[in-house]
Design a protein around this ligand. Structure first.
Ligand code: XIL
Length: 374
């Protein structure tokens, strides 16, 4: 993480124990060291001693022994402003996803400019802390810039725009982003191809083209199709399975599938169904990542709700650990202090594994037990 001198002073003051907005992490000792980078900026390396929990190990110490990468989505402005957030990330996770910074809109303020500043900060933080990055996402129907959604483009123009975008963005991070969500949510809730700017403007072959361009730009990166509500068994997961099978039959370079896993307490998919779905996707030759897990709760969350939530985290993690095809388990954030849930699902909150004060919740302990337990 690169910071100017003023922010360095503030950060060190916070780490030294001055009371900051974020407070302190229970049971965690924070220390920071700084070293000048070749550019004259200061690189912050965070080191965190493990919290004294029953097993004494963080998620990222436990997960690799089970062949699993463990990750969280990151909001870059919070990463820059909240040192406790940065510390827990570095302590608990070895994989990061950009919550927004790599989406089309944030990256492309205008047709002929790219703003890589936020995503570069995230990738640098990941490198400084020995973490992998998942790139999210190249082709989606949401968070597109106005110049794109309000413009009028021929099929050739739109596919040239998408091609240039993918070649430039994937090329910029060539060798630095391990896995890309190339296409996000292309299947509608009815199981048909979702009606999007890309489908209307280019045709269904936009998927094949996007994967081919991404492969051209970084042949080493693993290329994923990512979607929601297709985690267990059912008509949408069947439609996603068929789409992936057809892509592979046409020789499209798809390496994996992301199961988002935005769940509620009431109707989570059955662990056996998730396991069966992972198995059939794996048998197609695909790697499976859980990419965006959270379990939202109607406010206010009771202790019983938190226990139920912990059990859902545990069982989904168990389904992933039970399969040789499931290689990464990524949460959509990690603390209820910073989560997209209250803004998107009215009356819901508490979806993550640390609470608003960064104290570990029962779900955190359940994940650790599941990782340690086999
Ligand atoms: C969400 C972010 O969390 C929000 O900050 C943003 O305003 C909207 O998008 N599925 C996805 C993610 O693939 O990109 C979405 O992220 C959550 C649902």
């Amino acid at each position: 993480m690169k910071l100017g001198f003023a922010s360095l002073v503030i950060l060190l003051a916070l780490l030294a124990g001055c009371s900051g907005k974020a407070g302190s992490i229970p049971g965690v000792l924070l220390t920071a060291t700084s070293a000048p980078s070749p550019q004259g900026e200061v690189t912050i390396m965070t080191t965190v001693s493990p919290s004294p929990t029953p097993t004494g190990k963080s998620l990222r110490e436990l997960a690799p022994r089970r062949g699993l990468a463990i990750g969280a989505a990151v909001d870059v402005s919070t990463l820059r402003s909240d040192p406790v957030y940065a510390q827990i990330l570095a302590q608990e996770f070895n994989m990061l996803t950009a919550e927004n910074a790599l989406k089309f809109g944030p990256l492309r303020p205008s047709r002929d400019s790219y703003d890589f500043s936020a995503a570069d900060t995230l990738v640098q933080f990941a490198q400084d802390h020995d973490m992998q990055v998942r790139g999210h996402t190249l082709v989606w129907h949401n968070q597109l810039p106005d110049w794109l959604t309000q413009g009028t483009f021929s099929r050739e123009e739109l596919s040239a725009i998408l091609k240039e975008h993918i070649l430039t963005v994937v090329g910029h991070y060539r060798g630095k982003i391990a896995a890309w969500d190339v296409v996000n949510e292309a299947v509608g809730d009815n199981g048909q191809m979702r009606d999007t700017l890309w489908l209307r403007g280019i045709g269904p072959e936009y998927l094949d083209l996007a994967f081919q361009w991404a492969h051209e730009a970084d042949p080493q990166a693993k290329l994923f199709y990512n979607d929601y509500n297709g985690e267990g068994l059912g008509s949408k997961s069947d439609a996603i399975y068929r789409l992936l099978k057809e892509l592979l039959q046409r020789g499209v370079p798809v390496d994996g599938v992301g199961l988002q896993m935005h769940l509620t307490l009431d109707a989570p998919p059955r662990a056996a169904d998730i396991a069966a779905n992972i198995q059939r996707l794996g048998e197609l030759g695909l790697e499976v990542h859980i990419t965006e897990m959270d379990v939202r709760i109607k406010t206010p969350a009771s202790p019983a709700d938190l226990a139920k939530q912990a059990e859902i985290y545990r069982s989904v993690l168990g389904a992933c650990l039970g399969s040789p095809y499931c290689k990464a388990f990524v949460l959509w954030g990690f603390s209820d202090r910073y989560s997209w849930i209250p803004g998107f699902f009215k009356g819901y909150d508490s979806a993550l594994i640390f609470d608003e004060a960064f104290a570990p919740k029962p779900a955190y302990q359940a994940m650790k037990d599941e990782l340690a337990d086999h």
